[in-house]
Design a protein around this ligand. Structure first.
Ligand SMILES: Cc1cc2nc3c(=O)[nH]c(=O)nc-3n(C[C@H](O)[C@H](O)[C@H](O)COP(=O)(O)OP(=O)(O)OC[C@H]3O[C@@H](n4cnc5c(N)ncnc54)[C@H](O)[C@@H]3O)c2cc1C
Length: 128
């Protein structure tokens, strides 16, 4: 058996530095609790690809940051919270957590999932 700890990254204020751009886990490694790490990475690539060539490079990188940093941070902090709660070990608290989680209505969980999956990719305006 190979034991590998799961580690996430603390939020970074920007995924770009000069002309260096981070995508995927390099920018925002998240815990696997929401199952969104690969999805976020693909979104990064799709957004960057749609911006490249349509705007000057400095604007491209600024726009990439503007479109990606907030969403990545929201999902990363949500995922980190789920991870913390899922790993509680206090024998007094664990049964209570399990009961609360079991009693959460499915439609509430669906709404949470909708909030994660509901992303609108704004069209890129070509440079004048
Ligand atoms: C246990 C677990 C469960 C997960 N479950 C889900 C899930 O259900 N849904 C989901 O969306 N995501 C999930 N993820 C997250 C997902 O796997 C990652 O977010 C995703 O793989 C990140 O893609 P990436 O391309 O950014 O990085 P990676 O997939 O890590 O790719 C980076 C690549 O770069 C290579 N590399 C590194 N250094 C060098 C170098 N110096 N030279 C050349 N190559 C290099 C690495 O070998 C690797 O192949 C899970 C992750 C874990 C750990």
């Amino acid at each position: 058996m190979i034991w590998t700890d799961i580690e996430d990254l603390d939020p970074m204020p920007s995924f770009t530095h000069g002309r260096i751009v981070l995508l995927g886990d390099a920018a925002h490694a998240v815990t696997p609790d929401l199952g969104q790490g690969a999805g976020l990475s693909i979104e990064d690539a799709a957004v960057l690809a749609s911006l490249l060539g349509r705007l000057p490079i400095d604007e491209t990188l600024h726009e990439y940051d503007a479109r990606r940093v907030g969403r990545a941070h929201r999902l990363a902090s949500g995922s980190r919270l789920y991870a913390k709660v899922a790993q509680w070990q206090n024998p007094l608290v664990v049964p209570l957590r399990n009961r609360v989680v079991k009693s959460i209505p499915e439609r509430f969980m669906d709404r949470q999932l909708d909030a994660v999956l509901d992303i609108d990719f704004e069209p890129v305006q070509a440079a004048a």
